[in-house]
Design a protein around this ligand. Structure first.
Ligand code: HEM
Length: 391
C-alpha cells in the first residue's frame, strides 16, 4: 500500500531577483491543502511519538477554539477518503487509515479533534482566530517548528508571533492581518518559506542559537547543509470562521538541490542579497561565506564555461562594487555560442542552464546583477576570454 505513495516533491522557492519581503501567495485548488507522499509512514511515526511523549510542547489550544478544532478534523475526515480512497476510508463515523492501520472514532475521538487531525497528515496545523481586531494564534499542533516554541506564541496576535522576524512589523504585518481577515471560504492559497539549516530534524524548537555552525566549509557544505522549505497553505473554515494555516516542512540535502540546473545561481543571489538582520535571523551569519563559495563552485561545475566567450551586454555601466546594471537591447554576436551576462539575472533561467544549453538568454527586463562578483572570479579562470568592463 505505502509503495503507491508518490515521492516527496522538490519545492524550491527560488527568486534571483532583488530581495523583497512579500506575502507571495499563489492560489491552489482546495484539495491541495495537504500533501501526502512517500515520507508519510516515517513522518507519522515521528509525529505520534512527539504527541505521545511531549504533548505539552507540540499541542496547545486557547478557550474559544473548540469549534474550529472540530471543524478541521471534520474537513480532513471528508477530504482524505474522497481524495485518496486507496489510503483512507470513511465508514459513517469511523475513519480508517490504511497507511498506518489506525482507526479513529470521529464521534467520540480519544484525543482532542485537532490532535486527531494532526495524526492524519504530515502538515502542522495552526488555527487563527480572525474574529477580533487582530488575528490571533488560537490553537495548533506543531511537530516541525523551525526554531520557535508553540508555548511562546499561543494566544498571541500574529504581529507578536512574528516579533523576532526582521522587517515583519514594518513591511508585512498590516498586509498579512488584512489578508487573513479578508480570506473567503472556498479559496486556498500557498506560500513557501525557506532556510538553510545544518540539521535535517523536523522538530527544531530551539529559538536560541542562530549563528550557524562554524564547522561548515565550501567543501563540506553540500553534504552537511539542508534547504528547509515550508509549504504553507491558508484556508478559511466556513462554519467557525477561523483560518487554517497548515505547514508542511521539507528538508532537502543541499547536494540534491544543487543538482537542479539554475538552482545554485538563484540561491547564491538570494543569500547574497539577504540583509544582515535577516541573514542573522535565518542563522546564516557564520555559514554565509562558505555557503556562497560552495554555490559559486556548483554554478561553474554544472555549466561548461570553457566553451564560451563571456562578454558584457552591449550597453552597461559599472555600479558600486561588483554590481552591474545592464541596459539596452542585447546585441552581442560572435562566431560560436556567446554567453551574455544578463542571464545571471533571469528569474526563470539560471546561468548554469544557459551554459548547458549553449544559448542566448533574453531576460524580460534588466535589473541588478548582484551574484556576479564571486562567480566572475571563478569564471575568469575557466573561460577562454572574459571581458568585464563597462560598455
Ligand atoms: C500568512 C501570511 C504570513 C506571512 C507572509 C508570514 C511571514 C513570515 C516570515 C517572512 C517569517 C520569517 C521566516 C524566515 O525568513 O525564515 C515568518 C516566521 C514565522 N511565522 Fe509567519 N507569516 C505568515 C503567517 C503566519 C501565521 C498564520 C503564523 C501562525 C502560526 C505564523 C507564524 C510564524 C512563526 C512562529 C515564525 C517564526 C517566528 C520566530 O522565529 O519566532 N506566520 N513568517
Amino acid at each position: 500500500m505505502t509503495a503507491d505513495l508518490p515521492p516527496e516533491r522538490l519545492l524550491l522557492p527560488l527568486d534571483a531577483g532583488p530581495f523583497r519581503m512579500a506575502m507571495a501567495f499563489v492560489s491552489r485548488p482546495l484539495d491541495d491543502v495537504v500533501e501526502i507522499d512517500a515520507l508519510y509512514p516515517v513522518q507519522m511515526q515521528g509525529r505520534r511519538r512527539l504527541l505521545d511523549t511531549r504533548h505539552g510542547e507540540v499541542f496547545a489550544v486557547t478557550p474559544g477554539s473548540a469549534a474550529a478544532r472540530a471543524e478541521v478534523l471534520e474537513m480532513l475526515a471528508n477530504l482524505l477518503p474522497s481524495r485518496h480512497p486507496a489510503w483512507f476510508a470513511r465508514d459513517e463515523d469511523t475513519l480508517h487509515n490504511r497507511l498506518t492501520g489506525e482507526t479513529f472514532d470521529l464521534l467520540h475521538p480519544t484525543h482532542d479533534p485537532l490532535d486527531v487531525a494532526g495524526r492524519l497528515v504530515q502538515e502542522d496545523l495552526c488555527l487563527i482566530d480572525v474574529s477580533g481586531p487582530a488575528p490571533v494564534l488560537a490553537a495548533a499542533i506543531l511537530c516541525a517548528p523551525s526554531r520557535w516554541r508553540l508555548a511562546d506564541k499561543i494566544g498571541h496576535p500574529l504581529l507578536a508571533v512574528h516579533g523576532p522576524v526582521p522587517f515583519y512589523a514594518e513591511r508585512l504585518s498590516k498586509a498579512v492581518d488584512r489578508f487573513m481577515s479578508a480570506l473567503r471560504p472556498g479559496k486556498l492559497v500557498e506560500r513557501l518559506n525557506w532556510g538553510v539549516f545544518d540539521d535535517d530534524a523536523l522538530f527544531q524548537p530551539q529559538p536560541t542559537d542562530r549563528r550557524g555552525s562554524r564547522a561548515i566549509t565550501a567543501e563540506n557544505a553540500p553534504d552537511r547543509l539542508f534547504m528547509r522549505v515550508e509549504r504553507q497553505t491558508l484556508l478559511r473554515l466556513p462554519r467557525s470562521g477561523a483560518v487554517l494555516f497548515a505547514i508542511r516542512v521539507h528538508s532537502y540535502a543541499l547536494r540534491r538541490v544543487l543538482a537542479v540546473p539554475g538552482t545554485a545561481t538563484s540561491l547564491h543571489s538570494m543569500i547574497r542579497q539577504l540583509p544582515d538582520a535577516l541573514a542573522e535571523y535565518k542563522g546564516l551569519l557564520d555559514i554565509r561565506a562558505p555557503l556562497l563559495a560552495a554555490l559559486a563552485k556548483a554554478v561553474c561545475r554544472l555549466g561548461r564555461p570553457d566553451q564560451f566567450v563571456v562578454r558584457p551586454a552591449a550597453s552597461c555601466r559599472c555600479d558600486a562594487g561588483d554590481r552591474w546594471l545592464l541596459r539596452g537591447p542585447r546585441r552581442t554576436h560572435a562566431a560560436g555560442p556567446d554567453f551574455n551576462f544578463r542571464c545571471f539575472d533571469s528569474r526563470s533561467f539560471g546561468m548554469s542552464q544557459a551554459l548547458q544549453q549553449r544559448s542566448w538568454v533574453e531576460p524580460r527586463r534588466c535589473r541588478f546583477v548582484s551574484s556576479l562578483g564571486p562567480i566572475r572570479a571563478v569564471m575568469r579562470q575557466q573561460v577562454r576570454r572574459v571581458r568585464l568592463r563597462p560598455g
